[in-house]
Design a protein around this ligand. Structure first.
Ligand code: SF4
Length: 211
């Protein structure tokens, strides 16, 4: 284990304890391959599964696993019209498992997520029976203030570049606190507690994943 990996393994132990106090489950994985093996063993074969936009899901190999595992998938991106997108979202709300990442997680176990459209944070807050977050070690922040700075100045500029949004952060690489039509920071959700124990599961991966 490198010093960086060793430090994160120790940090993850504390984060998992803090998640438990907050009604959420935390699991540590040394790498993405271990997470994929775990999911292969534990996800029920006929589970109805959907996901929110996330580079971590792709980079970890979980997206490939979902598409080859015989699950019943709901892919909102496949919608041919706004009405179909609404209908797929309605089905997503009733899904068994919803995968996403977090824009930041604090050492105390709080989750920070920003969202333009709002469908991702809506499913985090309520709806799907299980919400599974794939979180690389690069997402950990010391506290809420650091996490918010991370979400707005590291995650958002990379996401606006990926999505080719016309926002100040795409031009400068830092948040300009915009209200532009392309803004991806319409909603900010801090999850400090879940009143449905175990519904939210955080998979802490000892790798850099996503933004
Ligand atoms: S400039 Fe706008 S889109 Fe970019 S991070 Fe700031 S509020 Fe979000």
């Amino acid at each position: 284990m490198t010093p960086k990996e060793s430090a994160f393994a120790a940090l993850a132990e504390g984060i998992i304890k803090n998640l438990e106090k907050r009604g959420m489950e935390g699991h540590y994985f040394a790498d993405s391959a271990s997470l994929c093996s775990y999911l292969k063993e534990t996800l029920p074969k006929n589970a109805v599964i959907s996901w929110g936009g996330s580079e971590s899901i792709k980079e970890s190999g979980v997206m490939d696993l979902l598409h080859t595992g015989g699950y019943s998938l709901i892919d909102r991106a496949s919608a041919k019209s706004p009405q179909e997108a609404r209908e797929l979202f309605a089905r997503t709300v009733l899904s068994d498992y919803y995968f996403m990442s977090a824009n930041a997680i604090t050492m105390d176990g709080e989750l920070i997520n920003i969202d333009g459209n709002g469908n991702r944070v809506a499913c985090l807050v309520q709806g799907p029976a299980h919400v599974c977050l794939i979180v690389g070690r690069n997402k950990v922040s010391a506290g809420l203030e650091d996490g918010m700075l991370r979400a707005r100045n590291i995650a958002a500029p990379a996401n606006t570049a990926r999505l080719n949004k016309k926002t100040p952060c795409q031009a400068t690489g830092r948040c300009g606190d915009c209200l532009s039509p392309d803004c991806i920071c319409s909603h900010t959700v801090i999850t400090r507690h879940s009143s449905h124990p175990g519904r939210i599961q955080v998979y802490l991966i000892n790798e850099e994943l996503g933004y």
